[in-house]
Design a protein around this ligand. Structure first.
Ligand code: NAP
Ligand code: MG
Length: 497
């Protein structure tokens, strides 16, 4: 079936957002950004050249221009970082009174706030996400995680009443490219609060805010070796996972790599948490506030170009309202601005990498070949860089690959349902169990549906709300363990009775 781009463009839209006013471009300035041509590894409080002698480029996916190059750490480099973390754990961090640790974590949060604009712009340049999101979501939430866990550092005994808790030692942490600084904060803040030291590897395509975070750690005078940040590809991540002197692995990334890591850790006494993929059901009942629900659908799937593990990528609409909802949704999608991520008007930035764009395009082809009806908006996109227009599929079934598999892009599949029981069954009929959304006027329906959907986080009449106090994590192939909140401290502690 063909891709329809012009459907309804001459018809009167049910929601008319058009005005005679266009948006003047509103680019965020880059003048205050300083990027080095090359970044070394951050080990034992200093930037050091990699033993491998190798570097790789990181580019801006909106322009395809090189921003900088970063070191490619090999197993020797990983070993140096682990030794630095072990030494700092034994000699400094585990001996330091908890309230002193807390002060360092607060300091990191404060400096992140002071440098928020710089961090937001670099995040947007390195990863392609709209500045509106890096400025209003990624960076403030990252700082909030450090603030929150700074508060716990000297209150761990209250967090684990009736038990004695001990830190684990050295945590190896591996993060993906969709929320680079935020994922680093999710990992580092609870580890430090619980008294552990860290070796962290950011993703290949988005290492720069982690390098800036290393500068912030220096500015905060965090003792040498407490946090080590090493760049590299999958092999560097694997060297961290397999290093014998690591006590805990915290991994966020794909289910595929999560399974490799779990196999590698089987039979060792390393603790681990795996935050993996997702394919959330966003469910709209006939009694929902439709216009708000349409906003929730848009936010659920198009936030961060759909590069979101908890994205509401499967929409379920009750059959009797489906025509109205789909019409309003298409109209609203047409208003989304795709383009320069540094422009403050932009809703949808660049796809993070060429590889990810080709994966998304492949899934769109699969959807069409499987008989799905594909709708894409008419907006223009820049000629250079990696872009994908907001896309939705109707006429899909529960067995369609685009319904079952994680696409990790701005592609929504829509199914209808008649009864509560039917939608619960369909929502759960998936290998993942990370998140979900329910839109209804009835509190009782919210309780019934949310308690029966097998997912770690379910939002009611909202979507994609994040808070450091709230635990996050999945069931089934979405992984194990929780990050955030009090729960997020537990994977970094040994509890003794
Ligand atoms: P990925 O390919 O699994 O990569 C994640 C990280 O692991 C990257 O730093 C990667 O390095 C590294 N890595 C690759 N192979 C490895 C190996 N064999 N051993 C150890 N580390 C290895 O995932 P991604 O494509 O970056 O991220 C997207 C995925 O993350 C999606 O599936 C998404 O759902 C998931 N995610 C989950 C959550 C959650 O909380 N559940 C949150 C965000 C994202 P390179 O960068 O060099 O490949
Ligand atoms: Mg990049």
């Amino acid at each position: 079936m063909a891709v329809s781009k012009n459907k309804g463009s001459n018809k009167k839209r049910s929601l008319d957002f058009s005005t005679d006013w266009g948006y003047a471009s509103a680019p965020e300035s880059k003048d205050h950004i300083q990027l080095k041509n090359r970044y070394d590894l951050f080990i034992n409080g200093k930037f050091v050249a990699p033993d491998s002698g190798k570097y790789f480029d990181t580019i801006n996916p909106a322009t395809e221009q090189k921003l900088s190059e970063v070191a490619d750490a090999n197993a020797n480099d990983v070993d140096k970082a682990v030794k630095a973390a072990r030494n700092a754990y034994e000699k400094v961090w585990s001996k330091m009174p908890a309230k002193e640790r807390s002060k360092y974590i607060y300091r990191i949060a404060r400096i992140m706030q002071e440098r928020a604009r710089e961090l937001a712009v670099i995040e947007t340049m390195d990863g392609g996400k709209a500045i509106r999101e890096s400025r209003d979501v990624d960076v403030p939430l990252a700082a909030a995680h450090f603030f929150y866990y700074a508060g716990w550092a000297d209150k761990i005994d209250y967090a684990t009443p009736g038990t004695k808790s001990k830190s684990l030692g050295v945590a190896g942490q591996i993060i993906p490219w969709n929320f680079p600084l935020l994922m680093a904060a999710w990992k580092i803040a609870p580890a430090l609060a619980a008294g552990n030291t860290v070796v962290l590897k950011p993703a290949e395509t988005t290492p720069l805010t982690a390098m800036k975070l290393a500068e912030i750690l220096q500015e905060a005078e965090l003792p040498d070796g407490v946090v080590n940040i090493i760049t590299g590809a999958g092999a560097t991540g694997a060297a961290i996972v397999n290093h014998p002197d690591i006590n805990k692995i915290a991994f966020t990334g794909s289910t595929e790599v999560g399974k490799i890591i779990q196999r590698a850790l089987a039979g060792t006494n390393k603790k681990y948490t795996l935050e993996l993929g997702g394919k959330a059901a966003n469910i709209i009942f006939e009694d929902a506030a439709i216009d708000q629900a349409v906003e929730g659908i848009i936010n659920g799937i198009f936030f961060n170009q759909g590069h979101v593990c908890c994205a509401g990528s499967r929409l379920f609409v009750q059959e009797n309202i489906s025509k109205t909802v789909i019409r309003k949704l298409k109209d609203r999608m047409q208003t989304l601005i795709v383009g320069d991520p540094l422009d403050k008007n932009t809703d949808i930035g660049a796809i993070n990498s060429k590889e990810q764009l080709s994966k998304i395009k492949q899934f769109i082809k699969i959807g069409i070949n499987e008989g799905g009806e594909c709708f894409q908006t008419e907006c223009s996109v820049p000629s250079k860089g990696f872009w994908c227009r907001p896309t939705l599929f109707t006429n899909v079934s529960q067995s369609s690959r685009i319904v079952q598999e994680e696409i990790f892009g701005p592609v929504l599949s829509i199914q209808t349902f008649r009864t509560v029981e039917e939608v619960i069954e369909k929502a759960n009929n998936i290998p993942y169990g990370l998140s979900g959304g329910v839109w209804t006027d009835k509190g009782s329906k919210i309780f019934k549906v949310t308690s029966q959907i097998n997912a770690g986080v379910i939002w009611a009449n909202t979507y994609n709300k994040f808070d450091p106090t709230s635990p996050f994590g999945g069931y089934k192939e979405s992984g194990m363990g929780r990050e955030g909140g009090l729960h997020g401290l537990m994977p970094y502690l040994h509890l003794e009775n």
